[in-house]
Design a protein around this ligand. Structure first.
Ligand code: FAD
Length: 473
């Protein structure tokens, strides 16, 4: 973990800096102590480097001119959204200029006929959700960081979150993008068309590419009808085979209404009960797993009874040992707070190493037991917790081993990713690769795939100025 503060301006850059200041004006140009510390690191906080300059463009045209100047000067840049990422992708590296999208946060249009919303990339996810709701529509992407993360960050990481099981990942919610390329070229693709098979689907290149191929400035996103009902239950379940059966049972009985199937392992639930003091535990610490099930219906009378029937049958079949069902919006939010607390529980413990992996559901039980065994063989007193979007095969692991050094972090990485490789899983389900996981990229992608990624990078950013060193060197 490095704590490095850049001092001064690199020699020979005076002309570029003057040109950049002319483009952005004083409001969009910050240097030295005027750069807030939140631009030094993402939420993982593994690297803290003051960018040599922070630019805050207010329009696509401004950003285009910024990139054209940086491209001509071979000046590397780091693109920043809400800085809630967890793989050190938006955190600047030594000598980089940070470009924050925080001033580009307009809602440009809501179109009820095409059920689309067109927004600027710096718009916080929660504001987007609330704007859609004000128009009786739903933007279904939802993550614990909703208040701080931006839609540009969500697009660039192809964020997943709580409702992937029904609505897919961010990639599935996009119709069109406007992107500025490394040399300042503006790629205008703000189409609302659902069907458009005219050659390559270029927008897909930029979704999930962590700011390495272009800067997303605007997006046309799909909206859904606002659900009429939302029911949530937290269930106590003993044995992972019953968790897997409960997933199949919920999928079969709730059909398309199933929007969430989140599982908290007992080790994480204990940590939440001990450390998340604001959260009211709905069930005692008596079960192996705590499963949050969410159903959203169109508002028919059958929605609630269907949900109750699903739970009743799960109890009768012995899949669930106990359950708490929400009876109001406040109770529903309180149950979700338990799940959201899993990601934030570290605050009461100390530094947590945070992992985000994908596995076949059939391997998850073995993974949970085996990873604990292997970690304890190195760190007998480790504190660890597992939880995740099990309906999507996505697990998060949090680990506290006391000290916090780079060597230690790598040793834990080797244990976790070694097991993932053995099981044919993915070293990153949602958070991306950034700087933190790049040495493990080949655990989940073939040499040919990585070579093609590098060919694309070379074609779109031949000078390597956009977020260099992220994903691969
Ligand atoms: C409590 C908590 C819960 C979370 N839950 C989830 C979850 O359930 N699912 C999930 O997927 N993630 C989750 N995350 C991780 C994080 O919130 C997401 O990765 C989010 O999408 C990042 O958005 P951001 O605006 O903060 O992006 P940043 O962290 O600022 O940047 C992330 C990446 O996107 C790039 N980027 C940002 N904006 C642009 C742009 N306009 N154009 C090009 N590149 C850009 C950056 O360069 C960087 O590579 C969680 C994080 C926290 C702290």
């Amino acid at each position: 973990v490095s704590e490095f503060y850049y001092q001064g301006v690199i020699d020979g850059m005076t002309e570029l800096l003057e040109q950049l200041r002319e483009v952005t004006g004083a409001r969009g140009y910050l240097d030295g102590d005027s750069i807030g510390e939140r631009h030094f690191h993402d939420l993982m906080g593994a690297r803290r480097i003051r960018p040599q300059l922070l630019l805050r463009p207010g329009t696509t045209a401004e950003l285009s001119r910024i990139l054209a100047l940086c491209h001509a000067a071979n000046q590397p840049v780091a693109v920043q959204g809400g800085m809630t990422g967890l793989v050190s992708a938006a955190a600047p590296q030594q000598g980089e200029i940070a470009i924050s999208m925080e001033r580009m946060k307009q809602v440009i249009e809501i179109d009820p006929f095409t059920a689309t919303i067109t927004v600027e990339a710096g718009l916080p996810l929660q504001t987007l959700q609330e704007t859609a709701a004000e128009h009786g529509l739903l933007f279904p992407l939802d993550l614990g960081s909703r208040g701080s993360c931006t839609i540009g960050g969500n697009l660039s990481t192809n964020a997943g979150g709580n409702r992937v099981i029904r609505y897919g990942m961010t990639r599935d919610l996009v119709l069109g993008l406007e992107v500025v390329l490394a040399d300042g070229t503006v790629l205008e693709g703000l189409s609302k068309l659902r069907k458009n098979n005219t050659g390559y689907d270029l927008k897909q290149l930029f979704i999930g590419s962590e700011g390495t191929l272009g800067v997303i400035t605007k997006a046309v996103l799909k909206l859904m009808p606002q659900p009429g009902t939302q029911d949530v239950a937290v269930c106590g379940v003993n044995g992972f085979e019953k968790v897997a059966e409960l997933l199949l049972h919920a999928q079969k009985t709730l059909g398309g209404n199933l929007t969430g199937f989140e599982v908290i392992w007992r080790n994480t639930y204990e940590l939440i009960c001990q450390h998340a003091t604001k959260v009211k535990a709905p069930l005692p610490v008596d079960y192996d797993f705590y499963v949050l099930i969410e159903s959203m219906g169109s508002g028919g009378k059958g929605d609630r009874t269907g949900f109750e029937d699903m739970l009743g049958a799960a109890l009768d079949l012995g899949l669930v040992s106990d359950a708490v069902l929400s009876n109001s919006a406040a109770e529903r939010d309180a149950l979700w707070q338990v799940r959201d607390a899993a990601a934030g529980v570290a605050a009461g413990i100390g530094f947590m190493h945070n992992y985000d992996i994908s596995l076949n559901v059939s391997d998850m039980d073995y993974f949970g037991t085996e990873v604990e065994k292997r970690l304890r063989s190195h760190w007998p007193d480790a504190i660890l917790g597992l939880f995740g979007h099990v309906g999507d095969g996505n697990l998060h692991i949090i680990i506290h081993v006391g000290e916090q050094t780079r060597a230690l972090h790598q040793a834990i990485d080797d244990v976790i990713y070694g097991l993932i490789r053995e099981l044919g899983g993915s070293v990153s389900a949602e958070h991306g690769i950034g700087l933190m996981k790049k040495s493990y990229l080949d655990y989940s992608r073939s040499a040919q795939e990585i070579q093609l990624m590098k060919t694309l990078k070379q074609a779109l950013d031949p000078k390597g100025i956009l977020s260099p060193g992220r994903i691969f060197d």
